[in-house]
Design a protein. Structure first.
Length: 93
């Protein structure tokens, strides 16, 4: 299994619907490290690090989101594993 990092830009109705908490809970369940935060343009940004299969599983959940969310698209940039992240956090501006 390959360790990697994915930078996600989640677009749609993803603020004000507990999307960050939803993404954090999924990441923790899958043993991923990283963070998630709201952006000023209404989108959500996340950085996930761990095994590629687990990140892909998390992304599938992120497409559905919590009740009230509507995910239109997720832009993914795959990056090299860094190993510098501790736990998984919700970040604030």
């Amino acid at each position: 299994m390959q360790l990697t990092r994915a930078h996600l830009l989640i677009k749609g109705r993803v603020q004000g619907v507990y999307y960050r908490a939803f993404a954090r809970d999924i990441a923790i369940q899958l043993g991923l490290r990283g963070w998630v935060r709201n952006l000023s343009d209404g989108n959500v940004e996340a950085l996930l690090e761990g095994y590629r299969d687990d990140i892909e599983r998390a992304m599938k959940h992120c497409y559905s989101g919590p009740p009230g969310a509507r995910v239109d698209d997720i832009d993914v940039t795959w990056e090299d594993y860094q190993g510098d992240l501790q736990g998984f956090q919700i970040r604030y501006y």
